[in-house]
Write a protein that binds this ligand. Structure first.
Ligand code: HEM
Length: 481
């Protein structure tokens, strides 16, 4: 009898493969062979770190609809953003994994249902509002000043600098200040404390893969028994955030940072905002706001180094505006249209979230570009795919050209810009990102010149849910007279 078990197992697997490959409502759509009956193609490309570029290639070959797993279709179509991201659809179950360290720590990002998402987001809205974020500007200035000091030291010693490290330190320290009035101390120490930044890359790969295996994740690293033993990567970050919340609870008379607003919200609505949720949201914010910002800084400088006439133009714009403050203010930086265009183009060329933002087709079905999608199908938009589409951004989509953001058709292309996602699930930290990125890029590009040690060397990066470049060492020269 036991003899037959493997045969029965094989027959069941074969049945599933045949049903998925030939009898699904998306069986007619083109895509990699493995994707026609499993998630294996996605997993393989995530491990290889090139899912963004591979998806773009598939769209170049096959057109607007590509089947990237037995249940998911990637879209590159003019209506994709409006119909998928701007529509209040359920998010795919992959997002549940971002409740970290485990499912008790729910956040808007880990919430699939649009109504619950809206309610959870309401708890956070006051903290993320620009009117509040801008109050942290003096503390952002302190961090930028400290980075400038370090860059001057590198300029004097003429030693190699890895900007991925330093921009990550800057992003983390600024986040610490804005969220709970305490920098993590990376810039001061000049090193990756507790291996947190190195570990956050491991965490990013783990989370991206674990999203496809939620059951196993919940039984292992995402299990409260395990997570309470603090075995997750990036434990220094979790510990620092937990300590900051604990010490704040003992001493509420501190600066009005994001945490203080969220704690007030929780005190007024304890049934709608649990303590675990508060912890989860602080973790989410720190997790979402460092790599992405570091990637943005890197993209800004990497592309400008390779485009000297644009670099000269942005410096001239700053010089003409006579901005002489040690750290350029947010208000001044927003009044520099060419700087803004360079930042936006840096985001277009390198969206820090180069992963499928996946939603689920509702019970009514969905028709996009004349194609009907059945209820339950996962439809996704990958910012990298959209930004590199020649149909959406023109024939020069693969070319760095900040001037496209000053051209007459800017409104049209802006509708396709999805570095921050779009709609009600879009990035809630955009104001924070803009505050730090506008100020720091304006100040650093004015005061320092970077040169790649090997100008021909391309940067490297691994595309998980987020991606942060590395491997392009530079030298730095201080331009301060
Ligand atoms: C340039 C830097 C950044 C980029 C490009 C970026 C991009 C994104 C993207 C694409 C999403 C996902 C949207 C989706 O799932 O559909 C997202 C979500 C999110 N980001 Fe950012 N982000 C950046 C910086 C930040 C910062 C600095 C913070 C906080 C301090 C932050 C907090 C969040 C949060 C809380 C969410 C979840 C939103 C939700 O599901 O409601 N992000 N971000």
């Amino acid at each position: 009898m036991l003899y037959f078990l493997p045969l029965v197992g094989a027959a069941v697997v074969l049945g599933i493969v045949i049903r998925r490959r030939y009898l699904s409502s998306i069986s007619d759509l083109p895509g990699p062979f493995l994707a026609s009956f499993s998630v294996a193609w996605q997993l393989w490309r995530i491990v290889k770190g090139d899912i963004d570029r591979q998806c773009s290639k598939l769209h170049e070959k096959y057109g607007p609809f590509v089947r990237i797993s037995h249940e998911e279709v990637s879209l590159c179509h003019p209506d994709a953003i409006r119909q998928i991201l701007l529509n209040p659809l359920h998010k795919s179950d992959w997002y549940s994994v971002v409740a970290l360290p485990d499912q008790r720590f729910q956040t808007p990002m880990s919430t699939l249902d649009p109504r619950t998402h809206a309610q959870r987001s309401k708890n956070l809205a006051a903290g993320f509002a620009m009117s509040h974020v801008i109050k942290s500007e003096p503390y952002v200035d302190d961090a930028i000043r400290l980075l400038k000091k370090r860059l001057v030291e590198f300029s004097i010693s003429k030693s190699e600098i890895h900007l991925d490290h330093w921009f990550n330190y800057l992003a983390f320290d600024i986040l610490g200040e804005i969220v709970f009035s305490r920098a993590f101390g990376f810039l001061e120490a000049g090193k990756d404390l507790g291996g947190s930044i190195a570990n956050s890359k491991v965490l990013s790969l783990y989370v991206t893969l674990a999203g496809f295996f939620q059951g196993i994740h919940r039984l292992t690293l995402g299990n409260p028994i395990i997570s309470d033993r603090k075995l997750m990567p990036s434990q220094h970050i979790f510990d620092t955030t937990l300590r900051a919340i604990d010490s704040r609870q003992k001493n509420p008379q501190v600066r009005k940072d994001i945490l203080s607003l969220w704690m007030k919200q929780r005190a007024e609505n304890p049934d709608k905002f649990s303590e675990k949720e508060l912890y989860g949201c602080v973790n989410m914010t720190v997790g979402a706001g460092a790599d992405t910002v570091s990637a943005s800084f890197q993209s800004f400088f990497y592309h400008l180094i390779r485009s000297p006439h644009h670099l000269a133009r942005v410096r001239k714009e700053i010089a003409d505006a006579n901005l002489i403050d040690e750290v350029i203010s947010y208000a001044d930086a927003t009044n520099l249209p060419f700087l803004q265009a360079c930042i936006k183009e840096a985001w277009r060329m390198f969206p820090p979230v180069p992963f499928a933002l996946a939603r689920v087709v509702p019970a009514s079905g969905l028709t996009i570009g004349g194609r009907y999608f059945a209820p339950g199908t996962k439809l996704s938009v990958n910012p990298h795919v959209i930004h590199y589409s020649r149909e959406l951004f023109g024939e020069d989509a693969a070319v760095y050209n900040p001037e496209r953001w000053l051209a007459p058709n800017v409104k049209e292309i802006d509708r396709q810009f999805v570095a921050f996602g779009a709609g009600f699930n879009s990035c809630q930290g955009r104001n924070i990102a803009q505050l730090e990125i506008y100020k720091a890029t304006a100040t650093i590009v004015r005061d320092f010149d970077f040169k790649q040690v090997d100008p021909k060397q391309d940067w490297k990066y691994d595309a998980y849910f987020t991606a942060t470049p590395y491997g392009w060492p530079c030298t730095v020269e201080s331009l301060k007279r």
